[in-house]
Design a protein. Structure first.
Length: 261
């Protein structure tokens, strides 16, 4: 799909990958770019930097009514949403020490939010025979995240949901893609990469800039490919995991030890 003249929404658009993707959508000629973020001030700042095609709004993606209301408002103003980029997310280290509520909140932001978007938009997309749902999961959703249980599990749910959507609605014209990066230099990993590195192996494969990832998002939309792996090594790791899961778990256990866990 080409982005020229398209109506687009980017969640988590106030920062990082979302901000750069919103800018890239506008540069590609989108007719409307709705920058939605929990942080309203950032959303509005990004929209005003982009110019008149963009509008910044506050949105908590884990709030079903708010997601439905945003979709309705955008469609009332601009017509059908062509591309919805469900990208909002956050990190939280920890595992069994975290409360069930902490785990649930990550599921709500990283998975259930994608369900709300699909419930709001897929019926219209199927009726038109066209539409694009793009979501940001993570390499953590394919290969786990040693230092964060809820992050790994909620991102795996995001990948599984994207697969399910693509299989069930791809034939009706709904395009689905899922972005699974390792490290990208954004607020989520912070400025202090040395500190972040202590609990993560991913930066060994290179830290990308959000602008680079945004360009890959645009290319993936153009080519309508399902899986976007900005770090190519992830495909090799997925292959090894599929070929010999026990060996892969053993390797990850050794990596955890090396990282001091
Ligand atoms: N940076 C990385 O290394 C990396 C790697 C893999 C995946 N990701 C994923 O990329 C996505 C974008 O993150 P980023 O790296 O650009 O980080 P970021 O912190 O720069 O941007 C994330 C944005 O999401 C917003 N957000 C958080 N919770 C929200 C909610 N409930 N509703 C609406 N907005 C909310 C934040 O306010 C923030 O502006 C996230 O889903 C993240 O998990 C990032």
């Amino acid at each position: 799909m080409e982005l020229v003249d398209r109506v687009t929404v980017v969640t988590g658009g106030g920062s990082g990958i979302g901000r750069e993707s919103a800018k890239a959508f506008a540069a590609e000629g989108a007719r409307a770019v709705v920058v939605a973020d929990l942080n309203e001030e950032n959303a509005k700042r990004v929209a005003s930097d982009i110019g008149p095609v963009a509008r910044g709004v506050r949105l908590d993606v884990s709030d079903r009514d708010a997601v439905f209301a945003l979709c309705r408002d955008v469609e009332d103003e601009h017509g059908p949403i062509d591309v919805f980029f469900s990208n909002a997310g956050y990190g939280q280290p920890g595992g069994l020490d975290l409360s069930a509520e902490d785990w649930q909140h990550m599921m709500d932001v990283h998975f259930t939010s994608h369900l709300y978007v699909a419930q709001a938009l897929v019926p219209g997309m199927v009726a038109r025979g066209e539409g694009y749902l793009f979501s940001t999961a993570s390499a953590a959703g394919l290969l786990t995240q040693i230092d964060s249980g809820p992050y790994a599990v909620s991102k795996a749910a995001a990948v599984a949901f994207a697969e399910w959507l693509a299989i069930n609605y791809g034939g009706d014209g709904v395009r689905v893609s899922v972005l699974c990066p390792q490290a990208v230099r954004t607020n989520i990993i912070g400025d202090d990469l040395t500190e972040w590195d202590r609990g993560n192996q991913a930066s060994q494969d290179g830290v990308l800039l959000p602008e680079q990832v945004a360009q890959m998002v645009v290319e993936t939309i153009r080519e309508e490919r399902f899986l976007l792996l900005p770090h190519e090594q992830v495909a090799t790791y997925m292959k090894r995991k599929a070929e010999d899961p026990d060996r892969w778990i053993g390797g990850m256990q050794r990596l955890k030890k090396r990282l001091g866990g």
